[in-house]
Design a binder for this molecule. Structure first.
Ligand code: SAM
Length: 217
């Protein structure tokens, strides 16, 4: 079975019903100018963008593959800027356009190793040297229910931690080692473990990682 890069039909349906929960740790943004250009990749219905705006950030762009999610975002936040991505992860932005990028609960929706590498490479391209990437995602869980579904789908989907949800999505939980490999081109500034309710109502352990694009390569 293949692992899709983008599951638009699922996320279009989810746009009507789901609530997302990964918390924004504002102290990590203290050093960033309120005029900084910030991209929220996989912005959903604009939840974290609204929080950023409340805290003074004024130059925000949200990007998502789901037209219904972007429609909900535009309805909730009519003055904010959103774009629908037709060929993910490609962004309609020049090199080094953004000072900061948020990637909140998106890796979990892009299960394959190669797809995640392509996404991080694209985010690296549009970040300025010295720019910040703030990743929030789910770790491998060690409870029986999750271990059973990781084993069940590991062969079909390639990587341990990929699984199918009961409502039709293919998702991924990550080892810390994998995230270290994925973000190897960046300088790690901070990381923290979080506990979040998932969109399907289970409590899961996640990780937030703040990294910086090197200023010289
Ligand atoms: C779990 S939601 C998180 C939304 C938002 N970041 C938040 O935390 O509130 C994941 C979002 O990623 C979007 N998405 C899934 N695959 C994507 C891809 N390949 N490129 C861009 N967005 C994607 C979905 O449409 C959905 O809106």
């Amino acid at each position: 079975m293949s692992t899709p890069d983008s599951q638009i039909a699922y996320w279009d349906t989810a746009a009507a019903t789901k609530t997302f929960t990964h918390p924004l740790h504002l102290p990590w943004l203290d050093g960033i100018s309120r005029h900084a250009a910030v991209l929220d990749y996989g912005c959903g219905y604009g939840r974290t963008m609204a929080e950023l705006e409340q805290h003074g950030f004024g130059n925000l762009l949200g990007a998502d593959t789901s037209p219904a999610m972007i429609k909900r975002a535009q309805h909730l936040h009519p003055t904010m800027h959103f774009t629908t991505l037709s060929e993910p992860p490609a962004l309609p932005s020049p090199h080094a356009e953004f000072d900061a990028v948020l990637l909140f609960a998106v890796l979990t929706c892009v299960p394959a190793d190669e797809s995640q590498h392509r996404l991080i490479t694209e985010l690296n391209r549009i970040l300025k040297p010295g720019g910040i990437l703030y990743v929030s995602d789910l770790l491998l869980q060690d409870d029986e229910r999750n271990r059973r579904r990781y084993s069940k789908y590991a062969t079909g989907h390639g990587s341990y931690g990929v699984f199918e949800t009961g409502d039709g999505a293919v998702c991924r939980h990550h080892s810390r080692e994998w995230l270290t490999i994925l973000l190897a081109g960046f300088e790690v500034l901070s990381s923290r473990t979080i506990v979040v309710p998932t969109m399907n109502g289970h409590e899961s352990t996640g990780i937030q990682i703040l990294v910086r694009k090197p200023t010289a390569t």
